[in-house]
Design a protein around this ligand. Structure first.
Ligand SMILES: NC(=O)c1ccc[n+]([C@@H]2O[C@H](COP(=O)([O-])OP(=O)(O)OC[C@H]3O[C@@H](n4cnc5c(N)ncnc54)[C@H](O)[C@@H]3O)[C@@H](O)[C@H]2O)c1
Length: 367
């Protein structure tokens, strides 16, 4: 069946199910901490979802999640495998610490469930490879939590870049700087500072920025080199193994270069802070994450806004998953997007750790 026909059939099926007052999709959230409780609030808002179960190993978080979803009276579990075993659960959200994503997402896919998997989808190339295999081997939807892909303004700016608004893309300069480290005794303190659990700052956080860079360039890097270090927060918190800063150079097809820096000690008030992505083309450059404005190289030409600011839907990415399931619409961040983003971050991280050039092909994952 061709795609258009499939969409029509799926669309009609969904419409008629809705008209009959169809069952809402039974959904479970595994990991109801900071992000998981936010995702849960998004699931609660969806007209075609009901919260069937919540799961967390921490009783206070589990209680909070169960209270938030009280209208659906969800089951509560501390063992995530009980969710996988529940035949009635159709959609699983994975919002546990990053090193657990792959195992949980794979188990859910293999049990025939649709999956929303928080980023990064894996912290090692091997984990990513296994998630790719499970997602491609499943008929169910897999959405990576790379929610920038659902941002309308960003999407419009990328579309204009793709149409040639800045000429050919030739270079990118991007950064993710923070004014402070994550609180050492905060919600994520028990995993974030351990590189084997979070993957480190580049893999855990900058994966969003790197995904947007790939999106704008329209490709993934072919190799990377870089350096990272713990410069300020030495042994803080005790046993810390994640870098607090780093600088990576990525090489992309067609000679496109990208320079990316990260740190957690960019003081408030110091110019050029926070996060930005400047995409340089043969005709000018665009401030992609900011005003989406293109600044022409031509001396007297005026800046052009590529995409107007819009009010982004709070849970647009979650709605996109349920739309894909019920209406057959395209996923904004499918397995290819999620895997490519994670691998781009893993490539940069490995380059920083090994202090040598690491090639994309060295990662051994076919995306
Ligand atoms: N997309 C985004 O913008 C975004 C933002 C923040 C966090 N995240 C991602 O969400 C994930 C969670 O981050 P967070 O900030 O919510 O961390 P968190 O520590 O606040 O929450 C993680 C939760 O998982 C629970 N957990 C740990 N092991 C478990 C297990 N075996 N079974 C069930 N529950 C378990 C913990 O008890 C905790 O409540 C991370 O992967 C993070 O990268 C994504």
């Amino acid at each position: 069946m061709d795609l258009q026909r499939r969409m029509f059939v799926l669309g009609s099926a969904a419409a008629s199910l809705m008209a009959q007052g169809a069952e809402r999709l039974a959904t479970a959230v595994i990991g109801t901490g900071n992000r998981g409780s936010y995702l849960l609030s998004g699931v609660i808002e969806q007209p075609n979802a009901k919260v069937a179960a919540v799961c967390d190993i921490k009783p206070d978080r589990l209680d909070k999640a169960a209270s938030a979803a009280v209208k659906d009276n969800p089951s509560t579990y501390t063992d995530w495998r009980k969710i996988i075993d529940r035949k009635d659960i159709e959609v699983v959200f994975v919002a546990t610490p990053p090193h657990l994503h792959a195992e949980m997402a794979i188990a859910a896919l293999q049990a025939g469930k649709h999956v929303y998997c928080e980023k990064p989808i894996g912290v090692t190339a091997q984990q990513v490879k296994e998630v790719v295999k499970a997602a491609r081997g499943s008929k169910k939807m897999f959405l990576a939590g790379q929610q920038l892909r659902s941002y309308k303004q960003l999407g419009e700016a990328v579309r204009k870049i793709r149409e040639g608004a800045i000429g050919d893309v030739i270079m990118v300069k991007a950064q993710r700087h923070a004014t402070a480290d994550l609180p050492h005794d905060g919600s994520s303190g028990d995993w974030y500072f351990d590189v084997s659990k979070s993957g480190g700052y580049l893999i855990e956080q900058s994966v969003h920025n790197l995904d947007a860079c790939n999106w704008a360039i329209g490709a993934h890097p072919t190799r990377a080199c870089g350096f990272g270090a713990i410069q300020l927060y030495k042994n803080q918190p005790p046993g810390r193994t994640i870098f607090d800063c780093g600088s990576i150079t990525y090489d992309y097809p067609n000679g496109i270069k990208m320079s990316f820096t990260q740190n957690v000690f960019h003081p408030r008030g110091l110019p050029a802070g926070n996060q930005y992505i400047y995409v340089y083309g043969t005709k000018g450059a665009v401030d992609l994450m900011g005003s989406a404005t293109m600044y022409p190289l031509e001396r007297d030409a005026q800046p052009v806004v590529l995409a107007e600011k819009v009010e982004e839907a709070r849970h647009g990415h979650i709605t996109a998953l349920y739309d894909a399931i019920t209406k057959g619409t395209a996923l904004p961040a499918d397995i290819t997007v999620g895997a490519t983003a994670a691998l781009t971050a893993i490539l940069g991280h490995e380059a920083m750790v090994k202090q040598t050039v690491v090639k994309w092909s060295d990662l051994g994952v076919d995306v």
